[in-house]
Design a protein around this ligand. Structure first.
Ligand SMILES: Nc1ncnc2c1ncn2[C@@H]1O[C@H](COP(=O)(O)OP(=O)(O)OP(=O)(O)O)[C@@H](O)[C@H]1O
Ligand SMILES: [Mg+2]
Length: 284
């Protein structure tokens, strides 16, 4: 089944002085069951694009396929509620996502909205909050009392508690401390590998793209200009330079070593393997 965009355009505030075409003909077919990074400069259209996946924005033209349904321009969204259950979207600014009186109620809201019993919703909420690293003492706090990073964690818990098939995360670890960010990325990997959920995540962090993602889609000026395997992507120095993408540290280190005539095999992509490969090359 597809998860794809076909010739999708989107114009904000049409027929007003603020009219702006943010998507200019997006074509991309995401691979189900994988973790895909969506990257691209500020303002390139990433957030606009992913908000089409759960019907939050409807295309100005073109169509979006989400598993067995098609979202078309100029057509009312059918059964939007079930689409929101299939595709769990975590907003770029999570404060827009939190509105209940307490953290617990907030995370329970999603499942309860989809007819899960109160008891089950509570179990799921407590579990999800634990997974994202929110302490139990926070359950009765107001979301307004939380720090930015804590709000982000609670927003993610709220989406996890709904158990969506497809998880779409807009800069999910932006603003988290490095340890929390790592832990959150590990959690997305677990959800992908253990529960076979498809994960799309917007990020500006190339280290995360290399370490955690299978595929990468590059958005530029409202168009997807590249989509493919992450490891291959980072091997193509010319593409990276052309797109102005700063390569992850390990790739940069390999480039510098190559200039010193130390050639490291393609599959070496982490520090311990790099250290071994250098030692081996030096011994020769
Ligand atoms: N509500 C809006 N009304 C008008 N224009 C908008 C609106 N939201 C976004 N835009 C414009 O659409 C373009 C794409 O915005 P979008 O938020 O999708 O970018 P992005 O790739 O997510 O950027 P970032 O990396 O900064 O989050 C930008 O030029 C932005 O100014
Ligand atoms: Mg954005």
């Amino acid at each position: 089944m597809p998860l794809s965009f076909k010739e999708v355009t989107y114009t904000y505030s049409p027929d007003t002085p603020y009219e702006y075409q943010a998507l200019r003909g997006v074509n991309v077919n995401f691979t189900l069951g994988k973790i895909t990074a969506i990257i691209g400069n500020t303002g390139s259209g990433k957030s606009t694009m992913i908000q089409h996946l759960n019907g939050l924005l409807l295309p100005t033209s073109g169509e979006i396929e989400v598993l067995d349904r098609t979202i078309r321009a100029n057509e009312k969204l059918k059964d939007g509620k079930s689409l929101k259950k299939t595709v769990g979207l975590v907003f770029q600014f999570p404060e827009y996502q939190l509105f209940e009186e307490t953290v617990l109620k907030d995370v329970m809201f999603g499942p309860q909205n989809f007819k899960v019993s109160e008891e089950e919703a509570k179990l799921r909420a407590v579990e999800a909050l634990k997974l994202v690293g929110i302490p139990e003492t926070y359950l009765e706090k107001s979301p307004l009392e939380l720090s930015g990073g804590e709000k982000r964690k609670v927003a993610i818990a709220g989406i996890l508690a709904m158990e969506p098939e497809i998880l779409v995360l807009d800069e999910p670890v932006a603003g988290l401390d490095p340890q929390s960010a790592e832990r959150m990325m590990e959690l997305f990997r677990l959800i992908n590998q253990k529960y076979h959920k498809t994960v799309l995540l917007v990020t500006h962090n190339m280290e995360q793209v290399l370490s955690y993602c299978d595929e990468v889609a590059v958005v530029k000026d409202g168009v997807v200009i590249h989509h493919g395997d992450v490891k291959e992507f980072f091997r193509e120095d010319e593409i990276l330079d052309e797109l102005g993408i700063e390569a992850p540290m390990i790739i940069k280190a390999k480039r510098l070593l190559k200039q010193q005539n130390i050639v490291i095999p393609d599959d070496v992509l982490d520090i311990p393997s790099l250290a071994k490969a250098i030692a081996k090359a030096v011994k020769k």
